[in-house]
Design a protein. Structure first.
Length: 409
C-alpha cells in the first residue's frame, strides 16, 4: 500500500507538471486490487487525455465507471467519460453519459443530504458506538457499517480517512480508560468485601489463638529444655555417670539396693549371707562399669539431642511472638486497607468526569470533521452536477446545430 501511495503521488505530480507520459508509467504501477486503484484509474485516463488519446483514456475511465463506487474518483469519472466521447465527436454517447451522470448526481446528492441529516440527528454517535471496541491503541481496521441507516455508508467512508481515524483513536482510547475505571470501581467494592471477610475471620479465630498462647506451651518447653541442659551440665561437672543411666539400668540399681537391704537384714550366722553379698557387689560393679564405660558416648548423645531440641523450641517461641504481634497489629491494618481503598475510590470518581468531558470533546471533534467532509462532498456534487448540466445543454446545442446544418440543401 505504501508503494502504491508513492506511485500515485508521483503520477499526479507529473500530471500537474504536464508530464503525462511519465505520469502514466507511475500510475500503471498502482495495483488494481489495492486501496488506491480508483484514483490510479482516474489519473491514468487523464494522462491519456492530456496526450489527446481519448480512446485510450476511455479504457480506465469506463472500468472505473462500472464499479459504481461512491469515492470522489468515481464521481469525477462520470464527467470524464462523456467528456471523452464529446472530444471524439460522439455526441449521442456523450449526451447519454451526461444524462446518466446527472441522474447519478441527483441520487447521490439526495443520499448525501440524508447522511448529513442523519449525522446531525445522532447517526454519527451511533457509528462511534459501533466502532467502540473497548480496546486501547491503534486505528480501527474494520470500519463498522451503520445498520438500518441507508446513508450510513457516507459516514463510514468519512471515518475511514486519516484525520478521522486519529480522532477516532483518541475517542476509543478515552472509552477504554472509561471502561477501565468503571471496572476498577466495581473491583473496589470487591476489595471492601475481601477486607470485611478477613476482618470477620480474624474476629472468629483470634480468641482461640489467644487461648492457645495463654497456655504458654512454648515457654514450658523452653523451661524443660533449660532444666535438662542444666542437669547435664551439673552431671558433667560432678562426673556422675549414674546420672545418665538408662531406665532399665536404674531399675537394676534399685533392685540391687533392695537386695543389699534384704541381705543386711539376714542373721549373721546365715551361711550364704556372705556369698550372696559378694555376688550383689559383683553385679553392682559390673553394672557401674558398664555405665561408666558408656558415659562419654551417652553424654555426647544427650548433648546432641538437646541441641536438636533447642532450635524447634526457639522457633516456636519466635512464632508465638510474631503471632502475638500480629494479633495486635491486624486490626489497625484493616483500618489502613479501608482508608487506602476509599482513597482509590475517590481518585477514580474524580477522574471519571474529566475523562467523560475529554471523550465528549473527542466525539465533537469527530463530528465536526465529519460534517466538514460531508459538506465538502456536497459542494463537490453540486459542482459536478452543474458541470454535467452545462455540458449536456452544450451537447444538445451542438447536436441541434449539426442537425440544422445537415438539413440545409
Amino acid at each position: 500500500a505504501l508503494r502504491d501511495r508513492a506511485n500515485l503521488a508521483l503520477g499526479y505530480q507529473l500530471l500537474r507538471e504536464n508530464e503525462s507520459e511519465q505520469a502514466r508509467k507511475y500510475l500503471n504501477r498502482v495495483r488494481l486490487r489495492g486501496p488506491f486503484m480508483q484514483e490510479a484509474l482516474l489519473g491514468a485516463g487523464w494522462a491519456d487525455a492530456e496526450r489527446g488519446d481519448y480512446e485510450a483514456a476511455l479504457a480506465p475511465w469506463l472500468r472505473l465507471n462500472k464499479l459504481g463506487s461512491k469515492q470522489p474518483a468515481a464521481l469525477e469519472v462520470r464527467l470524464a467519460v462523456p467528456y471523452a466521447f464529446a472530444q471524439l465527436g460522439d455526441r449521442n454517447r456523450a449526451i447519454y453519459f451526461y444524462e446518466q451522470a446527472i441522474a447519478y448526481y441527483d441520487t447521490e446528492q439526495a443520499d448525501l443530504e440524508a447522511a448529513i441529516q442523519a449525522a446531525e440527528s445522532g447517526a454519527l454517535l451511533e457509528l462511534l458506538g459501533q466502532a467502540d471496541t473497548h480496546e486501547s491503541g491503534g486505528w480501527l481496521h474494520d470500519i463498522p457499517a451503520l445498520k438500518d441507516i441507508p446513508s450510513g455508508r457516507y459516514l463510514v467512508d468519512v471515518l475511514a480517512k486519516h484525520a478521522f481515524q486519529e480522532n477516532l483513536k483518541n475517542y476509543r482510547d478515552l472509552g477504554f480508560l472509561q471502561d477501565l475505571l468503571t471496572r476498577h470501581l466495581t473491583n473496589i467494592d470487591l476489595l471492601h468485601g475481601m477486607v470485611d471477610t478477613r476482618r470477620l475471620a480474624y474476629e472468629l479465630r483470634a480468641p482461640g489463638i489467644r487461648k492457645q498462647l495463654d497456655q504458654h506451651q512454648a515457654q514450658t518447653l523452653q523451661t524443660h529444655w533449660q532444666a535438662l541442659d542444666e542437669k547435664l551440665a551439673a552431671q558433667t561437672l560432678n562426673k556422675n555417670p549414674l546420672g545418665l543411666a538408662t531406665g532399665k539400668e536404674q531399675q537394676q540399681l534399685a533392685l540391687l539396693d533392695k537386695v543389699d537391704k534384704s541381705l543386711t537384714g539376714l542373721p549373721e550366722g546365715y551361711k550364704r549371707k556372705s556369698a550372696m553379698q559378694d555376688r550383689a557387689r559383683w553385679l553392682r560393679g559390673v553394672l557401674y562399669w558398664q555405665i561408666q564405660s558408656d558415659y562419654p558416648a551417652r553424654r555426647w548423645n544427650v548433648q546432641k539431642q538437646l541441641q536438636h531440641m533447642k532450635q524447634p523450641v526457639e522457633q516456636m517461641l519466635a512464632a508465638n511472638q510474631k503471632i502475638e504481634e500480629a494479633l495486635k497489629t491486624v486490626p489497625d491494618s484493616f483500618d489502613g486497607y479501608d482508608q487506602r481503598i476509599e482513597t482509590l475510590r475517590q481518585r477514580i470518581l474524580s477522574l471519571q468526569p474529566a475523562i467523560l468531558e475529554a471523550r465528549n470533546k473527542a466525539s465533537q471533534q469527530v463530528y465536526d470533521l465529519a460534517m466538514q467532509e460531508l459538506g465538502a462532498r456536497r459542494e463537490r456534487l453540486i459542482s459536478y452536477r452543474a458541470q454535467a448540466r452545462y455540458a449536456l445543454a452544450r451537447s444538445y446545442d451542438q447536436l441541434a446545430g449539426q442537425s440544422h446544418t445537415d438539413a440545409q440543401p
